[in-house]
Design a protein around this ligand. Structure first.
Ligand code: PBG
Ligand code: ZN
Length: 320
């Protein structure tokens, strides 16, 4: 069999136990009317609201049925108020997709304020001392999670790494009658340079230089602290845990999988995507072959679901 053929990849993916059902595809939805290609992430674009049905229809035809949605609002303010508005871009999109596709589609919504506020931080910034106000931020996360649940999200995914985010969101959703909505927490989001393409494309560029999230994202060098973060989300009642980036976290995935009874979601993040695209564009690696190897390694370590910007590229080469 030709090593670069579709049949070869299908066989390899099957051997590694990878199927399309494992893949989650991130999409960026913009409130602007223009389709905007992302320079640092070739092949990925911000999709305008009016094109979303066509876009998702195409994904469904390729059997990609689980999506994680990130919003690109037209305005930002201090508190990120468009993040929890009923007319926010994510809320409108969730409603539209649920009424159009119903339960054929599983929708995960990113719950954070950094794309909606002026600072680009995942928490409310106290400008007096330049610190993040953890507990005040939790109130916003609850409002966002509730508004997404009302709009039709199946799973809400708090990504801000605030302490106590799972517990308070769970309580809020239960009290409001949304017991069935699941929480996927970005439990171990390691502070990393690999989020840079995502930030370049979604945040205000002038803020980027000084955007240091290391006070709330976990350090990649302290294994016990990382495991504690995951354990505390489990105690707070999370339904699925997420670990990211992927390539630098295989040991954590493995360790977590030994004791954790919940599904483990792993994200191949924007910087990993960009590196793979850059290397393959100069012919230095075979993109699909590498991706199947990487996802195979994540599965071998114990990851169950993979969030990847490459899901669409991969869909031709992976069976159901
Ligand atoms: C922000 C958020 C980030 C990512 C997901 N949610 C970036 C950040 O922490 O600044 C990264 C995703 C990626 O790099 O693909 N809440
Ligand atoms: Zn954030």
């Amino acid at each position: 069999m030709n090593k670069n053929s579709k049949e070869y990849y299908l066989e390899l993916a099957r051997h590694c136990g990878i199927c399309k059902n494992d893949l989650i595809y991130p999409i960026f939805i913009t409130e602007s009317n223009q389709h905007k290609s992302l320079v640092s992430m070739p092949g990925i674009a911000k999709i305008p609201y009016h094109k979303i049905i066509d876009h998702v229809d195409n994904l469904m035809k390729k059997d990609l049925r689980t999506l994680i949605l990130f919003g690109d609002p037209k305005k930002r303010d201090e508190k990120g108020s468009l993040s929890f508005s009923h007319n926010g871009i994510i809320q409108k999109t969730l409603k539209l997709l649920k009424t159009t596709f119903g339960d054929k589609l599983s929708l995960i919504s990113d719950v954070c304020i950094c794309q909606y506020n002026k600072s680009g931080h995942c928490g409310i910034l106290d400008t007096k001392n330049n610190q993040i106000k953890n507990d005040e931020t939790l109130e916003y996360l609850c409002k966002i999670a509730l508004s997404h649940s009302e709009a039709g999200a199946d799973i809400v995914a708090p990504s801000s790494m605030m302490d106590g985010q799972v517990k308070i969101i769970r309580e809020k959703l239960n009290n409001e009658g949304y017991k069935k909505i699941k929480i996927l927490s970005f439990s171990a989001k390691l502070s990393s340079s690999l989020y840079k393409p995502f930030r370049m494309e979604t945040f205000l560029r002038k803020n980027l230089k000084n955007l240091d999230k290391s006070s709330y994202q976990v350090s990649y060098c302290n294994r016990k602290e990382i495991i504690r973060e995951i354990d505390s989300d489990i105690r707070e009642g999370v339904d699925m845990v997420m670990i990211k980036p992927s390539i630098t976290s295989l040991d954590l995935i493995y360790q977590t999988s030994k004791t954790c009874k919940l599904p483990i979601v792993v994200q191949i993040v924007s910087g990993e995507y960009s590196m793979i695209k850059a290397a393959s564009s100069i012919g230095a690696i075979d993109e699909i072959y590498y991706l199947i190897n990487l996802i195979g390694a994540i599965k071998r370590a114990g990851g169950n679901k993979i969030i990847s910007y490459s899901s669409l590229d991969l869909s031709r080469f992976i069976g159901r």
